[in-house]
Ligand binder design. Structure first.
Ligand code: GLY
Length: 380
């Protein structure tokens, strides 16, 4: 089977890259996925777009998160035009709450540090929080409001990206497990799966937690990406009771337009095991009902788990595979695949189509693992 571009992995990253390449005039795109497309980590996610809470570990990563967030309003509007699917971008903002004196002191410290860096954040008293969100527990001590941390309905985003692929003749091949890349000298010429070879001019690995299982010819992938399980659950509350995404130090709740409240997430190093456990679900229920006590009255309608792709430093891996031509990696987005998808897709498409170099790709490329300078030293 021949393609101009072969994308291995049809999660939010692979599907977004396919769309971006198509919009830049690339034809002959094939996506191959080990399962149905869009049913792994991107499906399991809660759709938080939270650069100021989840990517504020270093200034560069924060910039990456913020640049991707800023693409979301046009990403959502364009997908609506292209596919008729509303991905429910919700710009109500996000709260982080403290429930004791220590947590309140930690939030005050974060607030002071973030203000110095002009991060958009406000500090709220318990009365101000209850004014905004009447369902929150009166035990709340204080909180931070992030007006530019949003959410999207990630399953609708996946449906829209899939529909885009179908409308614009991007070929999707499902339930085919790619085991290795085809090597021709220093060039990657596609990929192999059991009984099938996919020849391609350019190959992109958007393979998430499965990246390190793919061989380069007979050699091992020179980056370790491992699965980190996140268990999730959701309540059905009928009508929407909560406006904003809300975090506490023990978990987060994400209210959806249809009355569901998603609750996440555990962080567990248990290999490729996607089961949920009684202990995990109990911890989520406790975290959720601490934030909004009345959730205890509602039915739990779904329990699930996904595998976040984690490279050693928790940062994405985006760019060329050193030593080989015609191959790119876009993986290891760990806790932020939904947030980082539109900007990652731009970076990869601009590199392939325009030959563009970018500082973000330098920072998040494979080079950081072979250099004696580690990632945290680069950013400090
Ligand atoms: N970004 C949320 C999570 O990974 O649980």
């Amino acid at each position: 089977m021949n393609s101009d571009v072969l994308i291995i992995g049809g999660g939010v990253i692979g599907l977004s890259i396919a769309r971006e390449l198509h919009k830049k005039g690339v034809g002959g795109i094939t996506i191959v996925d080990r399962g149905p497309v869009g049913r792994e980590a991107s499906w399991a996610a809660a759709g938080m777009l939270a650069p100021n809470i989840e990517t504020d570990s270093t200034p560069d990563f924060h910039r990456f998160g913020t640049e991707s967030l800023e693409l979301y309003p046009s990403f959502a509007a364009q997908l609506m035009d292209e596919t008729g699917i509303d991905i429910e971008l919700d710009q109500s903002g996000t709260l982080c709450l403290a429930f004791d004196e220590n947590e309140a002191a930690q939030l005050s410290e974060i607030f002071a540090q973030q203000k110095l860096r002009n991060v958009p954040v406000d500090q709220l008293s318990s009365a101000e929080i209850l004014d905004l969100e009447a369902a929150v527990s009166p035990a709340v001590r204080s909180g931070l409001l992030y007006p530019f941390d949003w959410q999207v309905e990630n399953r609708k985003l996946l449906a829209a990206l899939r529909k885009f692929a179908e409308i614009y003749d991007i070929r999707i091949i499902e339930r085919v497990d790619v085991s290795g890349l085809l090597i021709d000298g220093a060039c990657v010429a596609g990929a192999r799966a059991s009984g099938i070879e996919f020849q391609a001019g350019v190959t992109i690995l958007a393979t998430g937690a499965w990246t390190s299982l793919i061989k380069i010819g007979d050699a091992e992938m020179p980056v370790s990406v491992k699965p980190i399980r996140g268990q999730m659950m959701s309540f059905q509350t009928g009508t929407r009771q909560i406006r904003r995404v809300i975090y506490s130090p023990r978990g987060y709740i994400v209210p959806r337009a249809d009355g569901r409240v998603l609750v996440g997430a555990t962080v567990e190093d248990v290999g490729f095991d996607k089961s949920t456990t009684a202990e995990g679900i109990d911890s989520l229920k406790a975290a959720a009902t601490e934030i909004v006590p009345r959730l205890i009255d509602f039915e739990i309608v779904e329990r699930w788990a996904g595998l976040r792709p984690f490279a050693g430093d928790g940062l994405p891996v985006i760019g060329e595979l050193p030593g080989y031509e015609n191959v790119y990696l876009a993986t290891a987005h760990y806790r932020n695949g939904i947030l980082l998808a539109p900007r990652t897709a731009q970076l990869i498409a601009e590199r392939i189509v325009d030959g563009a170099s970018s500082e973000l790709m330098e920072l998040y490329g494979m080079g950081r693992f072979s250099s004696s300078v580690n990632a945290s030293a680069i950013y400090s």
